[in-house]
Design a binder for this molecule. Sequence first.
Ligand SMILES: Cc1cc2nc3c(=O)[nH]c(=O)nc-3n(C[C@H](O)[C@H](O)[C@H](O)COP(=O)(O)O)c2cc1C
Length: 183
Amino acid sequence: MKPILVVYGTTEGHTRKIGEFLTERLRAAGKEVDLIDSATPQAKEVPLVYAGAFILGSVHFDRHQSALVHFVKENLGWLNAIPTAFFSVNLNMTHRDPEARAEAQKCLDGFLEETGLKPYMARLVAGALKYTQYDYFKRALLRYLVRPGGVEASATPDVEYTDWEEVGRFVDEYLEATQSPGR
Ligand SMILES: Cc1cc2nc3c(=O)[nH]c(=O)nc-3n(C[C@H](O)[C@H](O)[C@H](O)COP(=O)(O)O)c2cc1C
């Protein structure tokens, strides 16, 4: 059985946590999994042995991590030849306003357009606010940039908006759809 690759881009660490969650879920389903940070040297020497891949990145100023963009562009040929799932982690998802959600979808679509990735499935995932990790400037920026659920950003502690059950269901959905003898 060939392994599954989970590769992520992260800026404050939350997408790594989602990558670790996916990895555990896949291993619990009997899969062999390699978890790789797209910004490490390991990402430059990925063997072409995978049956499938999960690609995860978070949005900062409407863009995903450039290391992840680079990774996908460099490996596009084989990635588009196997079933891939792309998860775009963001906070626009947490707004009730449909326009904010449309923004989130635009960022996801922009990543696919820029890289040429043709994922088997692509999903928006709500991320986290990590005030304790932000410097003064990031805090100030976020107050204007993201106001999840209309909450005044600067007044809240760290908050995780990720629906872990939903992320788990995405994995199950992927596994069900890609399950076939020999895969
Ligand atoms: C400086 C900064 C800029 C951000 N810009 C956006 C944005 O443009 N759109 C959005 O939906 N979320 C934005 N976010 C929210 C992040 O996508 C969210 O916090 C995510 O969980 C970060 O994941 P990470 O810890 O893996 O980097 C921003 C967060 C920070 C700190």
